[in-house]
Design a protein around this ligand. Structure first.
Ligand code: ATP
Ligand code: FE2
Length: 344
């Protein structure tokens, strides 16, 4: 009776995200309608993220989050048509928790397992949400900063950070000022508050390095210099403002060059730093000048979330791609351009 009751109800793909600090279960309908993610963020008491501690957090919370999703979404397991998980890139111990849960569920429910590329998932949830067709992606997160565009059957990386990710830089600066992880949102608030009080502010008064090398970027120098400005006596709000202006302008410059070189006319933002209103605003202004369009997914789909993993899994399953158990081990250094794209 139970399965008959559910046979006319919606069918979904579930996605599991566990690349770093966030464990998240999310789902998407078979027609691509994205739904909520059920997430838990690991916040270290002090210092950066220790992979083993984050992985312990993920395994401790996994069954609770899964049960919450099933009950709040009123889902019966026989409505779940596939389990997608982040196969890489990310922190090995964290990735393995998500992969293990995904394998267990796929075996238990006898449904396909789909290992997905986390970076590509940021692109596909963006395409899903904005309707853009063939964008240049400015992927700005904690661990990654890349400018990406589709060429042939791959998403190619046209430019990227040569050292740390932009979000990582913001988080490290914040931490050095006693602001807990994640620091990016608080830096945005401090920068805005300071600018309201100092509308005539001049970037030359709070100089920072601007590091673009061809199509590549780096953020260690600007992090050190920002800390230096604080020790010279500049207000934290002023330094946050200058830090955002310099770091975001560098990213937007590389994105602009990518649009010019590829001839594409859509810019898509993705990754946690794409929640920031200032980088959105700069991207919009640059695109308006070029006659292009800038867009981004809702904030809940910019940060790491299970729904984006489900969405890429859905697209892959639609073209017949699933992952055999024997090939489902994680790949912490998986590259964006490693994945062959055969879906629309
Ligand atoms: P990835 O694995 O793709 O590198 P991630 O593990 O860094 O992702 P995300 O959730 O994509 O995780 O991004 C988190 C980052 O986004 C953190 O560095 C955080 O400070 C930053 N961030 C979130 N909101 C904002 C904001 N409003 N302004 C600036 N940075 C932000
Ligand atoms: Fe991410």
């Amino acid at each position: 009776m139970y399965s008959i009751t559910h046979s006319n109800m919606r069918q979904v793909i579930v996605g599991i995200e566990s690349t770093a600090h966030t464990l998240s279960f999310g789902l998407v309908d078979m027609d691509g309608e994205p739904h909520n993610s059920y997430s838990s963020l690991f916040r270290p008491d002090e210092g950066g993220i220790h992979p083993r501690e984050a992985a312990d957090h993920h395994s401790d919370i996994a069954s609770k989050l899964l049960r919450r999703m099933l009950s709040e979404e009123n889902l019966h397991p026989n409505q779940i048509k596939g389990i997608a998980f982040s196969q890489g890139p990310g922190l090995g111990p964290c990735l393995r928790v998500g992969a293990t849960v995904a394998r267990a569920l796929a075996a238990n429910w006898n449904i396909p397992l789909i290992g997905v590329n986390h970076c590509v998932a940021h692109i596909e949830i963006g395409r899903n949400q904005t309707g853009c067709e063939d964008p240049v992606l400015l992927y700005v997160s904690g661990g990654n900063t890349q400018v990406i565009a589709r060429a042939g059957d791959r998403y190619q990386v046209l430019g990227e950070t040569l050292d740390i990710g932009i979000g990582n830089m913001l988080d490290k600066f914040a931490r050095s000022q006693g602001i807990p992880f994640p620091g990016g949102p608080k830096i945005e608030i401090l920068a805005n508050e300071w600018l309201v009080k100092n509308p005539e502010a001049d970037l030359e008064d709070i100089p920072l390095p601007y590091s673009v090398q061809g199509m590549d970027l780096n953020f260690s120098g600007i992090l050190n210099a920002a800390q230096q400005r604080i020790s010279e006596g500049h207000e934290i709000g002023a330094v946050c403002w200058s830090l955002q202006e310099h770091a975001f302008a560098a990213c937007v410059e590389v994105a602009e060059r990518a649009l010019a070189h590829t001839g594409k006319n859509e810019l898509l933002l993705g990754g946690g730093v794409a929640c920031n209103e200032r980088i959105r605003d700069m991207s919009t202004k640059m695109c308006i000048q070029r006659g292009d369009i800038a867009s981004w997914p809702e904030k809940r789909f910019c940060i790491d979330n299970g729904t984006m993993i489900a969405e890429l899994g859905r697209r892959m399953l639609n073209v017949g791609i699933s992952t055999d158990m024997s090939l489902s081990s994680v790949d912490p250094s998986l590259r964006t351009d490693h994945t062959i794209v055969t879906w629309e």
